[in-house]
Design a protein around this ligand. Structure first.
Ligand SMILES: Nc1ncnc2c1ncn2[C@@H]1O[C@H](COP(=O)(O)OP(=O)(O)OP(=O)(O)O)[C@@H](O)[C@H]1O
Ligand SMILES: [Mg+2]
Length: 364
C-alpha cells in the first residue's frame, strides 16, 4: 500500500532578527485533510514560521516543500502568489473599496454563475449571507473576520495557513465558525497549519499539536499524547494549573510525604519535581482525627488544612496548606465541594497521574 505523502513539509527552518534566533530549526509536516496546531506563548515565533511558509518572509536556512516539491530554500524561491497557499492572518485586511461579495470572489476564476454560487455558499456558512452587498467599513471586527475567512476558503487552497483566525469572535460564535471552517477545509482535503496560543483551541481542533517555545518545537504529537506525556514541567503548565512537590533521588526513588515516586535514570542526589494537575489530587476526610482510608492505588496520604475553597461553575477549587512544609497545593473537585477554611483533610497523589522531572530541566 502506498503511504500518503505530506501536503506541506518544512525542514530545519531558521530565522534570526538582529542576531537573535526567533525560529530555531523547526521541522514539521501536515497531511492533506489534517490540522496541525502550532501552539505556544506570545513571541515564540509562530507567526514568523507561518510568514516564511507563505513566502512573505525569507528564512535564513531550511527548506519548504509542497506535495514533495521544493518551494523555497536559501537559493530557490517560488513567489508567494504561485504557492497556492491560503492565508488567514492575524492582521487580515479586506479590500475597503469592494463589497463583501466582491471581497470573497476576488481570487476566484471561472464562470460568473459558479463564482457567485461559491461566494454565497461560503458567506452563508460563516453566517454572513445577509451582508453580500455591504462594505467592510459597515461591519464589526468579528464580521469582517468572518468575511476574511470566507475569502481565504473560496479558492479551495491545498494548504491553509491560519494565524489566530478566530481570535476576534466571541465565545459562542467562535465554536460554530470554527467547526464550520474546519468542515469546509476537510471537505476539500486541505492541509491546515493553525497558529494559536490557546491550549483549549489547539486541543479542540488539532489532529497534531506542535508545542513551540523560544523558537523551537519542544514536543509534537496527538493532543492526547501532549497532554498525558508532557516532555517537561512547562509543557504540563501550558495546559493547566499545576502543583509541584520537590524531592531528592536515592536509588532511583524519591521519597516525599506522599510516599515514594519512581525516578528512573535520575542520578542519586539529583533534585526532582513531581508535577500533578489539580484534578488529579484525591481528597479524603479526617474521620474525626482517625485519618484517611486510602485504596492501594492512592499512595500515602499527607495532611493539610483548607485555606480557601471557591466554586468555579463545573468544579470547585480547594487550596490546602500542607502540614509537612507549609506549602500550598490546589485540588479541583467536580461540582460543589466547599469545605470551611481550617478544616483538616488528607491529600493523595496517584502515581499514574503525576510526572517526575529533574528539577529545573527544560527541553531544548
Ligand atoms: N520584523 C521583525 N523584526 C524584528 N523582530 C521581529 C520581527 N518580527 C517578529 N520579531 C520578533 O520575533 C519574535 C517572534 O515573533 P512572532 O510574531 O513570530 O511571535 P508569535 O509566536 O506569533 O507571537 P504572538 O502569539 O504574540 O502573535 C518576537 O520576539 C518578535 O518581537
Ligand atoms: Mg503571532
Amino acid at each position: 500500500m502506498q503511504t500518503q505523502s505530506p501536503r506541506l513539509e518544512i525542514r530545519n527552518l531558521t530565522r534570526r532578527y538582529d542576531g537573535r534566533l526567533v525560529v530555531d530549526d523547526v521541522s514539521l509536516s501536515v497531511m492533506p485533510g489534517q490540522v496541525t496546531c502550532l501552539l505556544g506563548p506570545s513571541g515564540c515565533g509562530k507567526s514568523t514560521t507561518l510568514r516564511m511558509i507563505a513566502g512573505v518572509e525569507m528564512q535564513d536556512s531550511g527548506e519548504i516543500y509542497v506535495d514533495g516539491r521544493l518551494v523555497c530554500d536559501t537559493v530557490f524561491r517560488v513567489p508567494p502568489e504561485r504557492r497556492h497557499i491560503g492565508l488567514m492572518f492575524q492582521d487580515f485586511a479586506l479590500f475597503p473599496h469592494l463589497s463583501v461579495a466582491q471581497n470573497v470572489g476576488f481570487g476566484l476564476s471561472g464562470d460568473r454563475t459558479a463564482k457567485s454560487a461559491r461566494v454565497v455558499e461560503l458567506l452563508e456558512r460563516v453566517g454572513m449571507g445577509r451582508y453580500l452587498n455591504a462594505y467592510p467599513h459597515e461591519l464589526s471586527g468579528g464580521e469582517q473576520q468572518r468575511v476574511a475567512l470566507a475569502r481565504a476558503l473560496a479558492p479551495r487552497p491545498g494548504i491553509m495557513l491560519m494565524d489566530e483566525p478566530f481570535s476576534g469572535l466571541d465565545n459562542r460564535l467562535r465554536d460554530g465558525i470554527r467547526d464550520e471552517t474546519l468542515d469546509i477545509l476537510r471537505e476539500q482535503d486541505t492541509a491546515i497549519l493553525l497558529v494559536t496560543h490557546e491550549p483549549e483551541e489547539a486541543m479542540r481542533m488539532a489532529d497534531e499539536i506542535a508545542l513551540m517555545r523560544d523558537g523551537r518545537i519542544v514536543q509534537q504529537g496527538a493532543p492526547y499524547n501532549i497532554y498525558n506525556a508532557p516532555v517537561d514541567r512547562s509543557a504540563v503548565a501550558f495546559f493547566s494549573d499545576i502543583n509541584v512537590i520537590r524531592g531528592t533521588v536515592r536509588g532511583a526513588l524519591t521519597e516525599t510525604p506522599f510516599g515514594h515516586f519512581l525516578a528512573p535514570g535520575v542520578p542519586d542526589g539529583q533534585e526532582v519535581e513531581i508535577v500533578i494537575r489539580p484534578q488529579h489530587i484525591k481528597i479524603d476526610f479526617d474521620r474525626n482525627g482517625r485519618g484517611p482510608n486510602p485504596t492501594s492505588q492512592d499512595g500515602t496520604p499527607a495532611r493539610g488544612v483548607v485555606e480557601r475553597a471557591r466554586f468555579m461553575g463545573s468544579e470547585s477549587l480547594v487550596e490546602f496548606r500542607m502540614d509537612h512544609d507549609g506549602s500550598v497545593l490546589k485540588a479541583t473537585v467536580p461540582n460543589v465541594f466547599l469545605p470551611k477554611p481550617g478544616k483538616p483533610l488528607w491529600l493523595m497523589i496517584r502515581r499514574d497521574r503525576c510526572f517526575v522531572f529533574p528539577a529545573g530541566a527544560r527541553r531544548r
